[in-house]
Design a protein around this ligand. Structure first.
Ligand code: CA
Length: 362
């Protein structure tokens, strides 16, 4: 190589080296190793592995960020017990937690509205409220004093009333039952004399099987079958009054969130939205087959709740929600916001989805 060519090659090499070196230095400062705790234990259906699950979310973020945001996920009890995610993320010892906002009812009663509301909004409706109806902004306004950021990261779609060891023939049959049921629907059941148990996901099957509880709800046919609930109770009531959809919560420490560059924040938001859609689609694609299998092959008696019971549940729900909202200004604010949107969405559904469903079922 002539001297001139050698110099040119060296300069080009140095230049290439420097341009390669610069992003790697920038990347070193730009990489994050975070921890996410999950409210649900290892193996819990829907909330651990599978399309749109918290584990899937962490994998998507890692892949899309080229490994710059690496979130290590811990199932319930691996680092902390299931219901300590709020305090751990608030303290900043954990950057993220996966779960459901209605488990924080003891700290913020209004948080329950960001998971599900009995006779509230379905998947389409709750997403419309969250993304384009001010729901997400309101959720973050409610969490701001706690140093927390939140967003939807999954949705089960419409859920089933649940599993009962004995048939429900009248509203009085609920009285005295010990039932696993979280959230605002639990407050409705309390009015009916139900002994409400707020068991986390991992404790539902053993409690129902051993008779510690008489009834339980979890999600829907596909996920409930994976949990084995049909082995512990045979009466499956299918009316989705109590949880017309159910939002999986991604909770983030606000200070940690502020340290993320804009592109990583965008990746987190986009992956959370993708998981919201994918988790719902996964359940929706499998529920019909699962329900058929439960009835045909596992002796499950699946039926809707009698209409007079549903009517009564609706009026008690209105009464309970109004009463609880009156007792707390923040709950009243969230309640009014949610209900205004629900009524607006309901009026649209009445002239769009409702006639369509009537049409296809006739
Ligand atoms: Ca549920």
């Amino acid at each position: 190589m002539k001297r001139r060519e050698f110099l040119t090659a060296s300069v080009a090499g140095a230049a290439a080296g420097s341009t390669l070196a610069m992003p790697s230095i920038a990347r070193a400062k730009d990489s994050f190793n975070w921890k996410m705790t999950n409210m649900y234990p290892a193996g819990a259906p829907f909330y651990t592995v599978g399309p749109g699950s918290p584990t899937d979310f962490c994998e998507r973020v890692k892949e899309m960020s080229g490994g710059r945001l690496n979130i290590k996920i811990f199932a319930a009890n691996e680092l902390i017990p299931p219901k300590e995610g709020f305090d751990a993320v608030r303290a900043g010892t954990i950057e993220m937690n996966a779960g459901n906002a209605y488990y924080w009812a003891g700290k913020i009663f209004a948080a329950q509205y960001f998971t599900t509301v009995p006779f509230g909004l379905n998947f389409q409706g709750v997403n419309a409220w969250m993304y384009h109806g001010g729901g997400l902004e309101l959720w973050n306004e409610v969490y701001k004093p706690y140093g927390l950021v939140a967003m939807p990261m999954g949705n089960t779609g419409i859920q089933m009333t649940g599993w009962f060891k004995k048939p429900i023939k009248s509203i009085e049959d609920f009285s005295g039952l010990k039932m696993r049921i979280p959230g605002l629907a639990g407050k409705v059941y309390e009015k009916l004399g139900v002994n409400v148990k707020l068991l986390p996901g991992g404790e539902i099957f053993p409690a129902l099987e051993r008779g510690v509880i008489d009834a339980a709800e979890f999600v829907g046919p596909f996920q409930d079958r994976r949990m084995g609930l049909h082995k512990a109770a045979k009466y499956y009531y299918t009316t989705g009054w109590h949880e017309p959809s159910n939002v999986t919560e991604l909770m983030i420490n606000a200070k940690a969130w502020a340290t993320l560059p804009k592109d990583l924040q965008a990746i987190v938001k986009s992956c959370a939205q993708a998981c919201n859609l994918d988790s719902h689609s996964w359940s929706e694609a499998n529920n019909a087959d699962a329900l058929t299998d439960l009835v045909k092959n596992h002796g499950v008696i699946a039926q809707s709740l009698p209409q007079d019971i549903v009517v009564k549940l609706k009026s008690i729900t209105d009464e309970v929600l109004t009463e609880k909202a009156k007792a707390d200004p923040l709950t009243q604010k969230v309640h009014d916001h949610f209900m205004a949107f629900r009524d607006k969405h309901r009026s649209w559904a009445a002239i769009s989805e409702k006639p369509f469903h009537t049409l296809i079922s006739s």
